[in-house]
Design a protein around this ligand. Structure first.
Ligand code: IMP
Length: 211
């Protein structure tokens, strides 16, 4: 089975190719399909963005496509930055500026009101066919100041009370296990293994959602 990842991000491609190879899935990305161009993330939800990216990519390449969308929701900010997580402080997608803006907005907010979660939605689109989705979330809170050198994005500010550490302080294997992306990916792998068995003639049924 061939699968196109709806991204040009080489880090994401490397991470996912390793995982998917174990399922006998050949992974391509938008780097091999430059004519697809940038797909605008203009939806109001992670689900809309992931479904759009997967559907457009499947339509233009003629191959099954996988797309993800993720971000941070802070309860006392009514779910912001949400789908605007990458460009919270402007189009530059600057992690440091995003974190500074978040801390400034939460100045004076007490620990009991700093609850937040990372969300991730993965969509898998079959050309001309259904779109399957998997979702994952990870609960935590916004720390009063950045801690740790690992990870990316909001990791230094995302504090996990049960571990007493931020996402930037825990090791990657643990992050992959408990993170929003790790959980969504587990669901996506389940869908892909069923789809690839179907392609090779097996009789499996995949739970499906229509959009
Ligand atoms: P995208 O899913 O690649 O569009 O990422 C959206 C944005 O959400 C990223 O640029 C980060 O700011 C934030 N984000 C998503 N997942 C994580 C994570 O695991 N750690 C830190 N920030 C994240």
């Amino acid at each position: 089975m061939k699968l196109v990842l709806a991204t040009n991000n080489k880090g994401k491609v490397k991470e996912m190719s390793g995982l998917l190879a174990a399922f006998g899935i050949e992974v391509l990305s938008l780097n091999e399909f430059p004519s697809v161009g940038e797909i605008e993330e203009d939806g109001d939800t992670f689900l809309e963005n992931a479904v759009k990216k997967a559907t457009v990519t499947a339509g233009l390449t003629g191959l099954t496509a996988l797309a993800d969308d993720s971000g941070l929701e802070v309860d006392c900010l009514d779910g912001a930055p949400g789908v605007f997580s990458a460009r919270f402080a402007g189009e530059g997608k600057d992690d440091r500026a995003n974190n500074e803006k978040l801390l400034a907005l939460l100045a004076g907010v007490t620990p009991d009101k700093r609850s937040a979660r990372f969300q991730c939605v993965i969509a898998i689109a079959v050309p001309g066919g259904p779109v399957y989705t998997a979702q994952g979330a990870c609960e935590g809170m916004v720390a009063p100041e950045p801690r740790g050198d690992g990870g990316f994005g909001y990791d230094p500010l995302f504090y996990l009370p049960e571990y007493g550490k931020t996402f930037a302080e825990i090791d990657l294997a643990l992050k992959n296990k408990i993170s929003h992306r790790g959980k969504a990916l587990a669901g996506a792998l389940d869908i892909l293994s069923k789809l690839s068995k179907e392609e090779s003639g097996g009789m499996t049924t995949v739970a499906c959602r229509d959009f």
